[in-house]
Design a protein around this ligand. Structure first.
Ligand code: ADP
Length: 150
């Protein structure tokens, strides 16, 4: 069984993440959405809320699992027996950032990183832009799944 971990902060999950996750299901038997917990980082949404947003967005998809983890992503992959890390690419900035992480991860383990280029209609969406729109009272309904709005 081919399992991939899709790691991130998901503060909050966006339609950009959804694009990559749904397409990841065409490649893998199971996708584990893994919320990385970093004690030094300030989040807008609590860990519980971020997890609920994701669980509710995929409640009808048994091949998606949601987890939280601390520490290295490759170590988490080993604990859940996943051979792949799935990541999304929006632009060359993402690529440059992801390249060094993937190279480091591959020096630490045999886990392969797999990248999907996002569909053009979500390339402008990031969690940080969503948070900015929320902070400034803007309409963010077109940027996130319905589960974030409830
Ligand atoms: P991180 O803090 O690790 O960057 P994010 O939650 O911001 O976590 O992102 C998780 C993954 O989702 C990353 O691979 C990121 O490139 C990807 N991603 C985020 N937004 C989009 C988008 N609009 N289209 C495609 N991929 C995206």
């Amino acid at each position: 069984m081919k399992k991939a971990v899709f790691p991130g902060s998901f503060d909050p999950i966006t339609l950009g993440h959804l694009d990559i996750i749904k397409r990841g299901l065409d490649l893998f038997d199971e996708v584990i959405i893994a919320i990385g917990v970093n004690a030094d980082k300030k989040y807008m949404f609590s860990l519980e809320d971020r997890k609920l947003h994701i669980e509710n967005a995929f409640k009808n998809e048994p091949r998606i699992k949601v987890s939280t983890y601390k520490g290295l992503t490759v170590d988490f992959c080993k604990t859940v027996n996943a051979g792949f890390i799935l990541r999304g690419l929006r632009n060359s900035t993402d690529f440059t950032y992801e390249q060094s992480i993937a190279q480091t991860n591959s020096s630490l383990s045999k886990i392969e990183s797999v990248f999907l280029v996002c569909t053009p209609n979500v390339s402008n969406i990031s969690s940080s832009i969503v948070r900015d729109v929320i902070r400034n009272g803007g309409d963010y309904r077109g940027l996130v799944p319905r589960s974030v709005l409830i």
